[in-house]
Design a protein around this ligand. Structure first.
Ligand SMILES: [Zn+2]
Length: 589
């Protein structure tokens, strides 16, 4: 491709609304342009890189035995009502009406469509297993789209859905996808690692996310370097000890605490109750019903765990206006010992199990209770793990200290079980003649997000640093004179014609080459080549030409001078050597 033929609108400065480095570079390197918040056009170079990511995904899906289909983005709401997600996913669903007043949804994912297809087309165990995938545009009604392609209103996702006869077979399908994902991210040059994950609104009972470590990631991952345990913070547990036992005391005892409404205030003079001897009482509205949550004073409630454990679809902290009529006191003096209405469930964090000599609010403004023994004095409906794990806590598996890091989620695999197949009647006739629901799994990769994660992980002060496998073009030829009759341009044209062909002959792989034929100063061309991030740049200037050489510069390596011979053997050999070197090191050139 010739630079003047395509469109690479590089920018010196990123627009102000680009916050993270990968978003800035997507814009500065001329890869994407914003049309509206969370909606982007892919420019020629951005699209080439995206297509390469998609192709890697496609090849690995095919290799793992999945078959490609293409489902509609426009979906009827009835199947979403049937699965129950019309309600539970309503906050992210784009809804629209056609001219006849009929409602439609824009697909954020396709469990309902594929399960409906399976219900109609799969009838016998002989047709199973099956795994269908598609790579297509998806929509999410993000209230606050941000970080470019990371959290957009429309995006490209690969979604796959497996159908099996038994749980065991479904696990085998799951493992195949897990292994395919590991290969996909490695081929994209990404350091991604799998973590245990919450199953969220998709549902199901077993799940891993593939995470790319990045300071700007929206996820937090707890991990153990000693034994390899890794989990999304929404799911992570640790081996932290339960609350130490003390003498219980005869009975809970009320004492005055005028003006004290925080854990911290109660831990100071004159009360001096340490946070780890306090019970924090939180009131939430879960699916429009009030619930009481008890957690230790020095712990934090994890709202994702709260939803997962209670089975609630949505939960939010109650307002003071909702709390006062319920418990008779304002936030800051709340507890679960007295004045708790009978129908209100009380969920307590496991770390409080058996705790005694605790202090908590008295449900009377300005008063607390001490000597509280939780199992004696509080009607606990259920015990759950509800707290958020912190850095340095002992690993639940091996006892070594856990670490916490931020990460970008690029892929997610779920074992769904029969949740969708039962609701949407995707059944099959088994070998014993009985009809059973298919056992399903679903598997997503954000293709556009993966592209941005590659840039978030691969960049330096000068611009993008692409891995060879997904670079829009792998080599940029930069003649410093561009008049057609100039020796520099003539040599550039020759390399442009010969190099990719020779490379393909020798390796069987394509090499995509850009020729920067712009009549620009060398400084401008070099800066742009670094900004766009071509893995290699071949510069042809008068000085090196006089010596019979060209200058080849890997994006992050030192310049090498390569002798020019008539059939360009040295230049071709340079790249073959780089490929071999990289292959031997298990890396990309
Ligand atoms: Zn461990």
């Amino acid at each position: 491709m010739k630079w003047t033929q395509t469109l690479v609108p590089t920018l010196r400065e990123a627009p102000n609304d680009a916050e993270i480095v990968s978003h800035k570079l997507l814009l500065r390197a001329g890869l994407i342009r914003k049309l509206a918040g969370g909606v982007y056009t892919f420019l020629p170079l951005g699209l080439r890189a995206l297509r390469k990511v998609e192709q890697i995904i496609r090849e690995e899906m095919d290799r793992a035995g999945a078959v490609e289909v293409l489902m509609p983005a426009l979906q009827p709401p009835e199947i979403w009502q049937q699965s129950g997600r019309y309600e539970t996913a309503s906050n992210v669903l784009f809804k629209l009406k056609d001219s006849g007043g009929r409602e439609w949804l824009l697909s954020p994912t396709a469990e309902e469509v594929i399960t409906t297809l399976a219900a109609n087309e799969i009838n016998s165990y002989r047709q199973l297993p099956k795994n269908f995938y598609q790579i297509s545009l998806k929509f999410r009604d993000e209230i606050r789209p941000r970080f470019g392609l990371m959290r957009a209103k429309e995006f490209i996702m690969k979604d796959a859905y497996s159908f099996d006869t038994t749980d065991e077979n479904a696990m085998a399908s799951y493992r195949k996808m897990y292994e395919a994902y590991t290969r996909i991210f490695a081929r994209c040059g990404l350091k991604a690692f799998p973590v245990e994950a919450d199953t969220g609104v998709i549902g199901g009972n077993y799940s891993h996310e593939f995470m790319v470590p990045a300071e700007t990631g929206e996820n937090e991952v707890a991990f153990c370097e000693a034994c390899g345990y890794a989990a999304n913070i929404e799911k992570a547990t640790s081996g932290i000890p339960k609350t130490a036992a003390r003498d219980a005391g005869a009975a809970a005892e009320k004492f005055a605490t005028p003006g004290v409404v925080t854990i911290e205030a109660l831990s100071k003079e004159p009360y001096k109750v340490p946070a780890n001897r306090q019970i924090k009482t939180l009131i939430y509205i879960a699916d429009s019903q009030p619930i009481i949550i008890l957690i230790r004073g020095d712990d934090q409630l994890n709202e994702t765990k709260l939803l997962a454990k209670t089975g609630a679809v949505a939960a939010r902290p109650a307002t003071a206006e909702e709390i006062v009529p319920l418990l008779g006191a304002k936030p800051g003096s709340l507890g679960a010992v007295v004045n708790v209405p009978a129908p209100v469930p009380v969920y307590a964090d496991e770390r409080l199990r058996g705790a005694n000599d605790m202090t908590t609010g008295a449900n009377e403004d300005g008063f607390h209770l001490k000597s509280v023994s939780i199992e004696r004095d509080i009607r606990v409906t259920a015990w759950f793990d509800l707290r958020t794990v912190g850095a340095g806590e002992p690993c639940g598996k091996c006892g070594k200290a856990l670490k916490i890091r931020r990460a970008i989620e690029v892929g997610h695999v779920f074992k769904l079980g029969t949740k969708y197949s039962e609701k949407l009647n995707a059944t099959f006739l088994d070998v014993d003649g009985t009809r059973k629901p298919c056992v399903m799994g679903c598997y997503g990769i954000g293709a556009t997000r993966t592209l941005q994660a590659i840039i978030e992980q691969g960049n330096d002060k000068d611009g993008v640093v692409w891995p060879w496998s997904v670079a829009p073009y792998q080599v940029c030829i930069t003649p410093l004179a561009v008049a057609p009759e100039s020796p520099a341009m003539q040599l550039a044209e020759k390399i442009y014609a010969v190099l990719p062909e020779r490379f393909k002959q020798a390796t069987g792989q394509p090499m995509d080459v850009m020729l920067d034929d712009r009549d620009e100063r060398p400084g401008v061309k070099f800066k742009d080549a670094d900004l766009v991030g071509f893995p290699f740049r071949i510069s042809i200037g008068e000085k090196s030409l006089a010596k019979g050489e060209v200058e080849i510069k890997p994006r992050t390596g030192p310049v090498e001078f390569v002798k020019i011979d008539d059939d360009l053997k040295n230049v071709c050999d340079y790249f073959l050597a780089k490929m071999t070197e990289a292959a031997l090191a298990g890396k990309q050139p």
